[in-house]
Write a protein of this length. Sequence first.
Length: 454
Amino acid sequence: MNSPICQLLISFQLPNRAILLSPRLMNKWGLQNDQQISLTFGNKSVIVKVRKQRHPGLRITLSPALRQQLAIPYVKSTRAIFEDSSLRLGPVIGILTTGFTGNSQQPFGSRSHLFRHFIKEGASERPFIYVFTPEMIDWKSETVQGWYYYKNNWISRSSPLPDVIYERVPNRKVESHTHVQNCLQRLRTRSNCQIFNQGFFNKWSIHQLLGNHPQTYTFFPETHLSPSIETIEKMIQKHRAVYLKPSGGSLGLGIFRITHIPGKGYFCRYHQGSRNVLRRFKSIRRLISYYFGDQSRRFHTYIVQQGIQLIKYHGRPVDFRLHLHKDATGDWQVVAIGCKMAGSGCVTTHVRTGGSIVPTSKLLQEICGERSSWVENQLKSAAVEIASVLEQQVEGPLGELGLDIGLDTDMQIWLFEINAKPGRHIFDHPTLREAGRQSAKFITDYSLKLANFV
């Protein structure tokens, strides 16, 4: 990388606006004694004079006052890059979320473990990573009271606004809150930071963006928003089974699978509480009336989607979660493929509704035999192509995606959903734990790219 890892040091003998650089760094960057440059950390910048120090290695020495001006939270080794008369330290990476608890042991509740995981796996690249909420920003001083996981403890330190922000607001409802939206807007307009993975995807908007694109349209099942009774009936006749899904839903909630048996009626299967439910209706009209009643506005947010005859494992339908990340070069990488098997009587393969994770290689070997490697590569290629097309259609950079993909009995690939903030339950499986560590590390790798430290 163009940004060597340097040791930061503090000297009380230094003038406030001077820094000491080791000879190797002076030579690397072509600097002279007493040359004026800009020293930058996050959004903070100070004009300083450069002086050569005798120590070998890669050392940068600052005064305590300069450290305070730049809001450097603690002294450690970090990356440094010199370009356009500016020496930048860091990068400073912020993970934006909500739900601060005030508990220093678990400042962000149950998600503290996830954020600690991101920070620890990225530590080898020597960034400064903190977690923060909108309330932690002081807009007047443009500083953040960020939370770092440092020496096995959570600590809070005053910090600059970051170079890069990884947006991890937990759900759609919270993200729609005014204070969260105002924060994101101010960060976009008042700072030079890059924010990746903003917002959540809507099933219908994804269908509109990619369902008619020449590179991706073949991956999409037939889908209609706010369907009429007649549309649902025609789709059942055509495809034998359909799914009703909330366009803005997640985690498999609110999904209905509808089939028709001539002479017996329409059968609707769904998950309620901790159990799977199957009901029979004489007509689609009665089915819709039973579940939605007078809530016509709620039904208008639903889509009807073609049911796919998925491949089965041990008699149960399976689909795949492909977890993708951008790497330090900005290319998409498939970090993991989690194969999800539906539970008995389940509408979807979601783990929370009774599904389970099975080893992908074992499943593909049993179902596809000699073609298993080819099928796996086809899944990966499709996922990368979909991600590449999607990022051309949305605002702001994307660095992580979770794609739910199915294979039908003819080995055709179908895209069911794209998640902008994918869950990480697949990494709980023993065969995917190492992939989970790689996934967490990619958050830092891509941030280095966005911050121009690569």
